[in-house]
Design a protein around this ligand. Structure first.
Ligand code: F6P
Length: 341
């Protein structure tokens, strides 16, 4: 059997761990031949391949990024895209695909399965916003990076008695903000799911200053003030219709200064959250996802995604996994509110 592998969407620590696990188990347990497709769906669309043998995956477990490259290519936005993919797979003698990605990549995987291509999905995203899995790999690493940044920003904030606004990733879901904010002892956490009142944020910041503390405000890039809209870097959309967000941190820091008279600074963590080596947790989760994806392909169980439920890896329908985003529930946010102010 010949199996193709691709990584799509924003990169994420742990992608290489999945690739390694699929290649090792595919070759050593099932005797497969594997081929990598470069740059997400662009690979099978344009026939861009990379050979994937044991030697190619020897030292990649701890390496961030993806040896296959990634892109946000949407074959359903390309004239004749599906037919081109089918032709490339036939030319390459590929019987099935393992697609590692988030909502967009897996949304394409689902549609391709409906169109007759055998695909098994592996969930990745630092945002942890994929439904049907308790956690995605990459999230733990991003939370660690953001928490370390918050710890460091706290000492400089205290030295200067400034408010520090930390903008983290999270377009529609505030999981990174919530977890890093809780772990880092932030005194305000703002998420896309809950439009915030600037007056309330200002009052929490003032309270913290009164108690001789320097306030740390963690804000997800997709958070918005009540009655306001998300802040955009530009109006441009990618092929899945997403705009690039950014700017809420700087805007909020200005508002805080204006209303409190205290100095404030904004720090945007940006792609630092996605780079570098994965944590041990993410290496293990990514490896287990890879191993189970191989079994799904072996069983001919296409149109599924491997998912974490408790401590078990299970298979769920791609349709279920991509139906809606997993956002932060109100009760989870309310747990954190105890620490605001
Ligand atoms: O992968 C999702 C994500 O991390 C979002 O939180 C963020 O908005 C986006 O990627 C930014 O990605 P890029 O700059 O690569 O388009």
């Amino acid at each position: 059997m010949r199996v193709g592998l691709l990584t799509g969407g924003g990169d994420c620590p742990g992608l290489n761990a999945v690739i390694r696990a699929v290649v090792r188990k595919g070759i050593e347990v099932y005797g497969w031949d594997l081929v990598g497709f470069r740059n997400g769906w662009q690979g099978p669309l344009e026939g861009l391949t990379k050979s994937l043998g044991l030697a190619e995956v020897e030292d990649i477990l701890v390496r961030g990024g993806t040896i296959l490259g990634s892109s946000r290519t949407n074959p359903y936005k390309t004239e004749g895209g599906v037919e081109r993919i089918k032709r490339v797979l036939a030319d390459q003698g590929v019987d099935a695909l393992v697609a590692i990605g988030g909502e967009d990549t897996l949304g394409v995987a689902k549609r391709l399965t409906d169109d007759g291509v055998g695909v098994v999905g592996v969930p990745k995203t630092i945002d942890n916003d994929l439904a049907a899995t308790d956690y995605t790999f990459g999230f733990d690493t991003a939370v660690h990076i953001a928490t370390e940044a918050i710890d460091r920003l706290r000492t400089t904030a205290e030295s200067h008695r400034r408010a520090l606004v930390v903008e983290v990733m999270g377009r529609h879901a505030g999981w990174i903000a919530l977890h890093s904010g809780l772990a880092g002892g932030a005194n305000v956490i703002l998420v896309p799911e809950r439009p915030f009142s600037v007056a309330k944020v200002v009052s929490w910041v003032k309270r913290r200053f009164e108690r001789e503390y320097a306030p740390i405000i963690v804000v997800a890039e997709g958070a918005k003030p009540e009655g306001g809209a998300e802040m955009l870097q530009s109006g441009e959309k990618d092929s899945f219709g997403h705009v690039a967000l950014g700017g809420i941190g700087a805007w909020l820091a200005d508002e805080i200064s204006r209303h409190t008279g205290a100095e404030s600074r904004a720090v945007v963590l940006g792609h630092v959250q996605r780079g570098g080596t994965p944590t041990a947790y993410d290496r293990v989760l990514a490896t287990r996802f890879g191993l189970h994806a191989v079994d799904a392909v072996h069983d001919g169980d296409f149109g599924v995604m491997v998912a974490l439920r408790g401590t078990d890896i299970v298979r769920v329908k791609l349709a279920e996994a991509t139906a809606e985003l997993k956002t932060v529930p109100l009760e989870r946010y309310q747990e954190a509110e105890v620490f605001f102010g």
